[in-house]
Design a protein around this ligand. Structure first.
Ligand code: PLP
Length: 398
């Protein structure tokens, strides 16, 4: 018996453990200090009423012989796939029903999709980025190279002809930087993928935060993208499904490699290794796309957007460089006075009782940067922004 030794190549994931330890130690030493957490990437508002009603109705159906459902289609019920297709139509993207696969969330599919690719592929991952892309490839023993996201390129790395990558991850709006690619930039990636016979894995988990209508919310808004890209999306941030679990992955029929449709491979993979998302959850997800559901989920997203604006306005007043905050729930700020991410984390906790996430935890280029999130309530966010402003004014002599 041999284990998969690639697991031993994974770096220890200590980011959130370390944060929790530091916060617990601080709270013990200063029990009177109120701590405000702007570090979490989880939503805080509950499911909207339209979703709850649909979940209740579907639960009741499951208790009645005539409407009970057992195993469902692995790729999702038609009612939800139709609703997703209709949602894409509104973005100007036409999808066939069998190009849409319902999943239990973007995280699983971003990892599972790698079943379709040989271990002998080179993977290009932006740095910094959501750590799952790197770790899932290391587990499979794939070679990972990095595209540098820096202040100079607005944390939006562009194709580099010197790199020869087979699988390219793009995340827009990005976690952790909040940066969003425009059409021309995505087109350049699509062209690069075509020229290099590569596949783009496009993570659109935060598409619902794009407020600027000139920015793409799907890579398929870019001409030719269906021939090179797979897209992942999720109800987690759109509708507060982080604990309910539902997402969708689009594998276009036009995506053909070595004469094989990847759509067919993914269908085979899913029907073999996955038994579908619960009927009840899919009915809840369907309700997100109703008029009522759209209104209610939009209201929640706007609530988070207002938090992001409060934080972004604070940094604007002080002239601190940041990305995100406008079309994203994340604000990626430069640490003052060239401080290291963890040093700023300690100082912000110590002096202001505010918790964020050190950028260094998301990759080498994250050093010197810091992530704040909009997923707290208005009161706490306003208070945290005030405390942050006070500390930054002291540090920057402003
Ligand atoms: N993709 C990105 C970029 C994320 O930041 C997250 C979660 O934070 C996910 C995917 C996971 O989404 P899901 O909850 O659908 O698994």
């Amino acid at each position: 018996m041999k284990i998969n030794r690639h697991y031993l190549d994974l770096e220890k994931s200590y980011l959130f453990t370390m944060i929790n330890h530091k916060v617990a130690d601080y709270q013990k030493a200063h029990p009177e200090q109120s701590i405000i957490r702007l570090g979490i990437g989880d939503v805080t508002l509950p499911l909207c009423p339209a979703v709850v009603t649909a979940l209740e109705k579907a639960s009741a159906e499951m208790g009645v012989k005539e409407t009970f459902r057992g195993y469902g289609p692995e790729q999702g019920y038609d009612f939800l796939r139709e609703a997703v297709a209709h949602y894409y139509e509104k973005k100007g993207v036409n999808l066939e029903m069998n190009e849409i696969f319902i999943s239990d969330g973007a995280k699983s599919d971003v990892g599972n999709i790698l079943d379709l690719f040989d271990a002998d592929n080179t993977v290009l991952v932006p740095d910094p980025v959501y750590p799952v892309y790197v770790d899932t490839n290391i587990m499979a023993g794939r070679k990972v190279v990095f595209a540098d996201a820096t202040a100079e390129n607005g944390f939006l790395p562009m194709p580099d002809e010197s790199l020869d990558a087979d699988i390219i991850y793009l995340c827009s709006p990005n976690n952790p930087t909040g940066a969003v690619y425009n059409h021309a930039q995505l087109k350049a990636w699509v062209d690069y993928a075509k020229a290099h016979d590569a596949v783009i894995l496009f993570d659109a988990a935060y598409e619902c935060f794009v407020a600027d209508s000139s920015l793409p919310r799907s890579i398929y808004e870019v001409e030719g993208a269906k021939e090179v890209a797979i897209e992942f999306c999720s109800f987690s941030k759109t509708a507060g499904f982080t604990g309910t679990r539902c997402g969708y992955t689009v594998v276009p029929k036009a995506l053909v490699k070595e004469g094989v449709e990847l759509n067919g491979l993914w269908l085979r993979r899913q029907t073999t290794k996955f038994n579908g998302v619960p009927y009840i959850v899919q009915r809840g997800a369907e309700a997100v796309f109703t008029e009522e559901g759209q209104q209610q989920t939009r209201a929640n997203i706007d609530y988070y957007r207002q938090n992001a604006k409060v934080l972004a306005d604070t940094l604007d007043r002080l002239g601190v460089f940041y990305t995100g905050g406008k079309n994203s729930p994340y604000i990626w700020m430069e640490c003052p006075n060239k401080m290291k991410s963890w040093d700023f984390f300690d100082l912000l906790l110590e002096k202001a009782g505010v918790v964020g996430t050190p950028g260094a935890g998301f990759g080498r280029n994250g050093e010197g940067f810091f992530r704040l999130t909009a997923f707290n309530d208005h009161e706490n966010t306003a208070e945290a922004a005030e405390r942050l402003e006070k500390l930054l004014r002291e540090l920057l002599n402003k």
